[in-house]
Design a protein around this ligand. Structure first.
Ligand code: NAD
Length: 439
């Protein structure tokens, strides 16, 4: 909305609804045109966006492209490749007693939808849902996070230049502006962030019976079984935990393993971190910073929760916290009482699989569960005896890069899902159509 900064949220919604009512957003050609325009924006303005991500989070250019810009481009390409197919009406068999008749379903756009994004992947988590909303033929209000101000400004400046500005609007701002937006009637609200605000969003949505998707967080555990190759495990844990300085909703939050494996894993993690970021991670161009001082203070307050294996140093002026591994962490220590969302990896010891399963089941359902094992029994048991948004064996975070898998949480980690055709389902209504001849 940067081109019309004085426009109130209510007026934005009225303007977008008028566009939707013309039917302009429904044809496949409009949808693919918008997706192609968004792709052009990302490729033409990638460096500008990467610079904004660096200003907000110290993200390296490579990480900005990999986890935000190219990620979104891949989501667009996947959608462009399959959209016509996904939109084809799905025939349904009709029972004999209604014969002759035919039945099918169509994917009806919802109308005007609201996408509210957080600061940690401020571009990807705003635009990937927008891709789904446009593919489904909706008008969209996109609300970036005020805690990533450079990215918010860049998106607000660029989107109206590339997309249909009567169908897509960016509303910048913090709590006051979001509260104003939530007072409007939307046809769907897609919120990514923490559960406290998730509840505020759901309460506001209930006023209008607006459906919501809540992409929330929580503590995603990583179970490391006995007898796994700990060099590989450490490398995969470290690369996914310390990416974006640990500020990733699906980052492995903590490790569960037996005491013997824990000792070996500590050594392997120390070695891997030295290879990844050198002896002084503060000087590594690949290592990010904490988003703000509030989160910095919260995180440094968690550092005393166990024996420091590696890391532990920090610098408030630079919002730097070294990649840190904590060992012999008690289940009730401060670092285990909240989602860490930073570069601290606690290792919690359990006697074995039974205790690990009990530990996971005793807590909120996580957004993801990661498992390193060579045992089929362990795989089976963790698959069927625990509940989580996603479950990944061997490589944390990877499931969310597969466009054909739904991405979302369960219970306290959220409701609903998106990516690929699941985004289309989220942002449209599957309408039942029955046609019985009059004679
Ligand atoms: P945030 O502080 O940027 O908040 C998210 C959005 O909510 C922002 O746009 C903000 O303006 C809005 N907001 C904040 N307070 C509000 C209020 N009182 N009323 C209305 N709107 C309000 O981000 P955050 O919540 O700190 O993000 C981190 C959390 O998000 C973590 O828990 C993380 O796990 C989760 N997360 C989940 C996913 C996922 O895909 N499931 C992805 C990233 C982050």
């Amino acid at each position: 909305m940067s081109d019309q900064p004085s426009e109130k949220p209510a007026d934005v919604v009225v303007r977008l609804r008028a566009t939707f009512d013309t039917g302009r957003t429904k044809p496949l050609a409009w949808r693919t045109g918008q997706l192609e325009a968004l792709r052009t924006l990302l490729t033409e303005r990638g460096d500008e966006l990467a610079a904004a991500l660096h200003a907000d989070l110290g993200k390296s250019r490579a990480e900005a492209y990999r986890t935000e810009i190219d990620f979104t481009v891949r989501e667009i390409d996947h959608t462009l490749e399959h959209l016509a197919d996904w939109l084809r009406p799905q025939p349904a068999p009709v029972p004999e007693r209604l014969s002759p008749a035919v039945a099918h379903t169509v994917q009806d756009p919802l109308g005007v939808v609201l996408v509210i994004a957080p600061w940690n992947y401020p571009l990807q988590l705003l635009l990937a849902p927008v891709v789904g909303a446009l593919a489904a033929g909706n008008c969209v209000v996109a609300k970036p996070s005020e805690l990533a101000p450079a990215t918010s400004r860049a998106v607000a400046g660029l989107l109206p230049r590339y997309l249909d500005r009567d169908a897509v609007a960016v509303v910048e701002g913090a709590v006051a502006e979001t509260t104003d937006l939530l007072a409007q009637r939307f046809d769907h609200i897609f919120y990514t962030g923490n559960g406290r605000v998730g509840r505020i969003v759901m309460r506001a949505a209930a006023e209008n019976l607006t459906p919501v998707t809540l992409e929330l967080g929580g503590k995603s555990p990583a179970f490391v079984d006995r007898g796994t190759d700990l060099g590989v495990v450490a490398a995969r844990l470290a690369s996914t935990k310390f990416m974006n300085a640990g500020q990733t909703c699906v980052a492995p939050d903590y490790v569960l393993t037996d005491p013997e494996t824990a000792r070996e894993l500590e050594k392997a993690l120390t070695e891997v971190l030295r290879t990844m970021y050198g002896d002084d991670p503060a000087a590594s161009p690949d290592y990010g910073r904490i988003v703000n001082e509030r989160h910095f203070d919260r995180l440094t307050g968690l550092l005393d929760s166990g024996r420091t294996v590696t890391g532990g140093t920090h610098d408030r002026a630079d919002r730097y916290i070294a990649p840190t591994v904590l060992a012999e962490v008690a289940p009730d220590s401060p670092v285990m009482r909240e989602e860490i969302f930073g570069p601290i990896l606690p290792v919690v010891e359990v006697a074995g699989l039974d205790e690990a399963i009990a530990f996971i089941r005793d807590r909120d359902k996580p957004l993801a569960l990661y498992v390193f094992t060579e045992s089929d029994t362990t795989r089976e048991r963790l698959t069927w005896e625990t509940s989580s948004g996603g479950l990944t064996f061997g490589l944390p975070v990877a499931h969310l890069t597969v466009s054909d898998l739904p991405f979302g949480g369960v219970g306290e980690s959220g409701m609903g899902s998106y990516h690929g055709r699941y985004s289309l389902d989220t942002f449209s209504h599957r309408k039942a159509v029955l046609d019985k001849p009059l004679n």
